[in-house]
Design a protein around this ligand. Structure first.
Ligand SMILES: [Zn+2]
Length: 484
């Protein structure tokens, strides 16, 4: 009975068929429900929101530890503020939701539902800075933002409302803002690392930077469908918003100076989508233990007449694990078979399953089954907690290593357009030599349906030939891929 790997009661969808697999997992594992009757708006359901909250917690803890004040800004931005920074409005005006009426009345100063909060926050920063002693100002908020996306929406990847955390800072000097960029990149890296997600840190090309930024650095991660998924961005805003919003202060010499800003955002939908898409398998989710809402599921193996022995022992083990701070669920529902339970909790991605029957109760041991590779190990009761923690670590390391190997296998070099096109067709992430011209980037996009995503931020890469498109001297090694 304990030999069953899983019940095949329901038809499982192979992950090779990613789109269908993903939609099925979101519903079956209660991650999200996209049937909300407004297009592009998705409900996070119980299991998905529980994972998301843990990811949010991991980020917020790190933001707290680096002196970001938690804040909550209003969701509405007056039109007059929204239009202050020219590039910003040019970049966002096509996709904002407007509030034009209140009751029967037309609003004189129309309101924007925040698509991002620079124009909500910097007018307040202006009020909070008087002298150089007021710096740095660092705030963060977890909130929803709204963008009228015109591309096809996809639950968690691209919605018209999305859940994120945004950080905003103001500094007395540009150099201080540069230091803040490093801190933000480190914090974001730590969160993705803790989720076992591999990524490429890219400085976006000028034509693809955040609207109103001096430059933008993004975390791009792979996706099974061959499109890269941008899971976080960090922006050096320089003095652009300082000037537009008159963020001025009296510097050390008593002169009026303008503040420099940085801002950064981590999309939780996309980060959650990446966690699901990277680690999941044909049986459903495979969760890193740190973010699994339940880390161990105990399944009692019931034999007629001996039910109470197994359930009684299962309860003892449950108490023991709980006491050790492990999130555990005992599935003793007698309406479902062990096979059905295996199927369910495998779909939910619970890292470890603990099987106990009357024999285990008698021998004071139990069988642990890993979700990531289905390996089984028998453990004595007194070693249980220790073994569970050891396996959590092993599962995490395995997921992380597999993820890294996958990313490495997807990155290829191309030296001519034919090669680039072939790799794009194969949905790979391709390194090319690039002259740096926006026109070449546009031509590449037209020809191979892949975009120049940027150049490595964390690693210096020297071009090794001429521009893949125009054959002029290359200045950069650029990464090309399809994207969400
Ligand atoms: Zn070129």
């Amino acid at each position: 009975m304990t030999g069953n790997k899983s019940s095949k009661k329901k038809e499982l969808i192979a992950k090779d068929n990613f789109t269908e697999w993903y939609d099925n997992v979101l519903l079956e594992a209660k991650v999200a429900d996209d049937r909300y009757p407004v297009k592009g708006f998705t409900v996070y359901t119980g299991w998905g929101m529980s994972i998301a909250r843990r990811i949010i917690g991991m980020l917020e803890e790190r933001l707290d530890n680096t002196d970001h004040d938690p804040m909550q800004f209003p969701v509405v931005i007056p039109q007059s503020s929204f239009q202050k920074e020219e590039d910003h409005i040019a970049g966002f005006s096509g996709e904002v939701f407007w509030i034009t009426h209140a009751g029967e009345n037309e609003l004189e100063n129309k309101l924007v539902l925040r698509p991002t909060s620079e124009t909500a926050i910097y007018p307040m920063f202006k009020l909070w800075m008087r002298s150089h002693q007021d710096f740095p100002i660092r705030m963060q908020q977890t909130c929803n933002v709204y963008r009228y996306e015109t591309k096809a929406t996809r639950p968690l990847y691209r919605g018209r409302e999305f859940l994120w955390n945004e950080g905003h800072t103001a500094h007395a000097t540009y150099e201080d803002a540069e230091e803040q960029i490093k801190i933000a990149l480190r914090i974001y890296s730590e969160v993705y690392d803790a989720l076992g997600l591999s990524y490429i840190m890219l400085k976006r090309p000028v034509f693809d930077k955040f609207a109103g930024a001096d430059y933008s650095v993004a975390f791009d991660t792979w996706n099974p469908d061959g499109k890269v998924n941008q899971i976080g961005t960090v922006h050096q805003l320089g003095y652009n918003f300082g000037e537009a919003f008159e963020q001025t202060f009296e510097d050390e010499n008593g002169e009026q100076a303008t503040a420099a800003n940085t801002c950064y955002g981590m999309g939780f939908g996309r980060t959650l989508a990446a966690t699901i898409a990277h680690h999941g398998d044909n049986n459903g989710l495979v969760l890193p233990p740190k973010v699994a809402p339940k880390q161990v599921v105990i399944v009692p193996i019931l034999f007629r007449g001996k039910e109470e022995i197994a359930v009684g022992y299962a309860k003892e083990l449950e108490a023991k694990l709980k006491e050790a701070g492990i999130r555990v669920v005992l599935d003793s529902d007698n309406r479902t078979s062990p096979g059905d339970k295996y199927y369910k909790w495998e779909m939910y991605g619970v890292p470890l399953r603990l099987e106990v029957g009357p024999r285990e109760a008698q021998n004071k041991n139990a069988t642990l089954v890993r979700r990531d590779n289905f390996e089984k190990v028998q453990v004595d009761e007194e070693k249980l907690v220790e073994k569970v923690n050891e396996l959590f670590e092993a599962i995490f390391e395995n997921l992380k290593a597999k993820d890294k190997a996958k990313l490495d296998s997807l990155v290829k070099d191309a030296y001519d357009m034919d090669q680039l096109e072939a790799y794009m067709e194969a949905r790979l992430i391709v390194k090319v030599n690039w002259c740096g011209d926006a026109e070449c980037a546009m031509n590449i996009k037209d020809q191979v349906s892949g975009e120049i995503r940027g150049t490595r931020w964390d690693v210096e890469e020297e071009p090794t030939g001429s521009c893949v498109f125009c054959k002029d001297e290359a200045k950069y090694v650029a990464y090309v891929s399809r994207t969400y």
